[in-house]
Design a protein around this ligand. Structure first.
Ligand code: AMP
Length: 403
């Protein structure tokens, strides 16, 4: 099945056309700076042909129109007719407890998605805009929503409950949910395939480290705990998000800065993490460069980032009663040997030892970076969330056709 995957953010839309039969990507692209001056669209075909277009894309509707146009463009496209798109798969961030599984989107489901906005006010509205634009432009093509939260659905209650009155969970679904589900699922399954063992027999810790970062403990193919919570703010520190903090800090800082609730939310989401500690940037490449040049705050940001990751890995070894594999993925996990090295340093008593020479060589390729002696195998596996979305889309469309 040819599936168009759409990942619609506040000012960008990422897309890929995937053939689920071959599991290969036919083309991929990104529309950036939607509604901001200088919109740019980049489009790359599987044969390496690349195009960059600067045009005036003012909203998600026109972004989807531009994507569909380039897909059938005689020079840059890969389709002769839009009818070749058999389904559209949308990455959706948060389903609350309303959707436990990926879902075929009709008008009723779309309306229910609006009710999930409160769970992820920054992410859900642009996700819905992407869906509406696809429904309008491809009215006869099925749309499927694949949620970031789904993979963590089977977490046990003691792992997802917060220490707050039970009624907030019971009546309003306030609990830990977890995110990056498609990525944790993809790299953990792939790790099992690579080592040639049954996924159901393995204990795997997956570290998705990018602008947003989360870590998951996976036992027998089920995510039993993960570092993000009710929102993607919990867990390790991130590019601009604070990660785990004493909740008392929210009151202390809001009082000092005279913040409204929205201002406090924006502060902890957008001005903290690597950006906040370094005072320089949220970008790990720049943090590493500044730290190497002797910048104290950049080095501190790097140290805090790695220390928090190490604490999660160690605690998940406890949760799982040992681990077979630790996987690094995401822009930082795939590329930064410094982060991989520092966040697994001095863990030989827990069974982790890297082959540092091997670790230094590896960037964005599937590889084992632990030493021969390491009881736990440490791997780098580039993520492929789009493939998970495309395969899920095919499964859900197939289920509905079979009815
Ligand atoms: P993502 O959100 O998964 O796209 O990851 C983005 C993050 O990956 C940014 O902080 C980048 O600086 C970081 N990143 C990408 N390449 C490298 C690299 N070679 N070394 C360190 N960090 C990198």
């Amino acid at each position: 099945m040819k599936v168009l995957t759409i990942n619609s953010g506040s000012s960008s839309v990422k897309y890929q056309m995937i053939d689920t039969h071959t599991q290969q990507s036919l083309c991929r692209g990104l529309v950036e700076r939607i509604g901001i001056s200088g919109t740019c669209m980049s489009h790359t075909r599987a044969d390496g042909h690349k195009t960059k277009i600067s045009n005036n894309i003012t909203n998600h509707q026109t972004a989807i129109e531009a994507i569909l146009k380039i897909l059938v463009d005689p020079e840059h496209g890969i389709l002769s007719d839009l009818g070749e798109i058999e389904a559209v798969g949308h990455r959706l961030v948060h389903a609350g407890e309303k959707f436990k599984e990926s879902v075929l989107i009709d008008n009723e489901v779309r309306d229910k998605l609006y009710e999930c906005i409160e769970y992820a006010p920054l992410h859900n509205p642009p996700n819905i805009k992407g869906i509406e634009a696809a429904m309008e432009n491809l009215p006869n093509t099925p749309n499927v929503g694949v949620f970031d939260t789904t993979f963590h659905n089977a977490m046990p209650d003691y792992a997802f409950m917060y220490g707050i009155p039970y009624k907030y969970y019971k009546q309003q679904g306030i609990r830990r949910y977890g995110f990056h589900g498609s990525s944790h699922l993809y790299v953990s399954r792939r790790a099992a395939e690579i080592v040639g063992k049954d996924y159901r027999d393995l204990k795997i810790i997956t570290c998705h480290l990018g602008n947003g970062s989360s870590i998951a403990a996976i036992k027998g193919g089920i995510s039993v705990d993960t570092s993000m919570g009710f929102t993607p703010l919990e867990g390790v520190i991130m590019g601009t998000r604070c990660g785990d903090i004493d909740p008392g800090l929210i009151f202390a800082i809001a009082a000092r800065e005279n913040f409204t609730l929205d201002e406090a939310s924006s502060f902890f989401n957008k001005q903290c993490g690597l950006q906040g500690i370094s005072g320089l940037t949220s970008d790990m490449r720049e943090i590493e460069a500044a730290a190497a040049a002797g910048n104290y705050q950049a080095q501190l940001a790097l140290n805090v980032f790695c220390y928090r990751i190490k604490k999660y890995i160690a605690s998940y070894i406890g949760v799982l009663n040992g681990a077979d594999i630790v996987v690094f993925t995401g822009g930082i996990g795939e590329n930064s040997y410094t982060v991989r090295s520092q966040s697994t340093k001095d863990m030989d008593q827990l069974g982790i030892e890297l082959d540092e020479a091997k670790n230094c060589e590896i960037r964005s390729t599937e590889s084992t970076i632990s030493s021969e002696k390491s009881r736990i195998r440490v791997m780098v596996i580039p993520t492929n969330e789009e493939l998970v979305i495309a395969m899920e889309t095919e499964r859900i469309v197939g289920q509905h056709r079979g009815r």
